[in-house]
Write a protein that binds this ligand. Sequence first.
Ligand code: SF4
Length: 202
Amino acid sequence: MTNAQLELVAGLMEKAPVIQLTGADSFDVDRLWTGDYPMITDDNDIFPCDMLVLLNDKLWEELESKHLDINRFIVCKKLEQVSPFLVNNKEWSVIIDVFDMYVLGKLDEDKRPLPSKFRMATNYAKTKFKELINGRQLVSLQIADERAKTCSTCVVRNDDRCTHCGCYLTVIPEDEIIDAGEPGKIFRADQECPLGKWRKHE
Ligand code: SF4
């Protein structure tokens, strides 16, 4: 790890003191180990902890079944492994993307807040107006899948919501009063990413 990456992890340790560090060299361990933090260094298994730092490629499959053992953060360096995990486990959001390092968080307090109710209502009204005029057009599953992968690793995503526009990304949950169970933004042809990461297909 670079000095900047080490400082990032050390800062997170104040919020997530029980850390498992995998694939690290002795330099990393020496720099992070202060004596105050319980730290596990093991490459082969995932143990219950507050923060898992994954510096190798080995444990992503195990994470699918064991992520409930991680209380707050997962730190990793490669997005290719992150995306499939995040598509399947939306409660984990990318909360930091700096220094070639990604921090995933699952607590609400660490994630981006939704936009104002006024902004969400305005966006909703625009979407419904378009749907009224043009009918509801859906994209192919392949396009929806590509959009889902892009959204999965976006720091603007909070669970299944885009915090830039407030829209649900895959499905509007049953407990919502309006449009419960309807497909979300990534399935709709007239929708586009507000940050230009994917486009509409009309
Ligand atoms: S729609 Fe765009 S900004 Fe919103 S979560 Fe997806 S990629 Fe990010």
